[in-house]
Write a protein that binds this ligand. Sequence first.
Ligand code: ZN
Length: 317
Amino acid sequence: MEEYMPFLLLIVWELIMRHFIFGVLSCLLINSAWAEPLQIVTTFSLLQDITQRITQDKAKVYTLVGANEDAHVYEPKPVDIKLLKQSQVVIVNGLGFEGWMERLVQSAQYKGVLVTASEGIKTLSSEDADEHEHQEHHAHGKFDPHAWQNVANVQQYVRNIKNALVKIDSVNAAEYERNAEAYIQELQNLDQWIQQQIAAVPVEKRKVVSSHDAFRYFEQAYGVQFLAAQGVNTESQSSAKNIAKLIQQMRQEKIKTVFVENISDPRLVSRIAKEANGVLGEPLFSDALSKKGEGAETYIELMKSNVLHLKKGMLID
Ligand code: ZN
């Protein structure tokens, strides 16, 4: 036994040294990581704003799909791959909204944290939309992804994003908690404000037409009925037969106002408005924020602008 002692000691010594060196190295790595703020990629402009409200200046938050752009038909660029490679957190809406995301994550060999903002919300299935007979419908997913059109769902988005950030970046956890709490309070006030605005419109007038079927969560939460020229996904085409039906329904039910969306081609709805003797309302922001100075630079501004435009349109005689 004695002759093995020096050998055993050597092994123990080496193990201690290895741990020590590993420890020092990981401390250095972690410290250098903290020196740089957390880098977060969100898939579309609304998520960027919502996330930024939680992080404030503690993280850099990017978006892949920008203001006034359509996320349904987005085609990732080489620069997106680069951005993902440099980031520690990726936040997606989920519910089949970003069909192109899985391939992008693979192309970038992204190994960081992936947060699905819509997790835990009460989803509407995209099949329910088929009950609206006026639309040709071939959404790719099982769910209607436009959950942010109900402010209560966005409160859940905030909790999901905050919970993930608190774990990843524990140094700033208290700040994320505080910011999220203040934002949720603002969202609760927004929700109440929307209920009040819609309550001022007579029930029989709460019917409008929009370009694509992005407002079913809004419909369910706030009691405004939306008829749409296109399905849940902007890729779907509306047939002449469905458009004719929609126009007929507008005449029968005396629906006056047709809304263009910031991400959609206005020609189709303009034609529908003309043929149904309706009027064009001011634009609605469906799946993207507006550019600076266009009235919907944040999620809260987007909802307020939509509600005011809807209210004005519904009250037209
Ligand atoms: Zn959409």
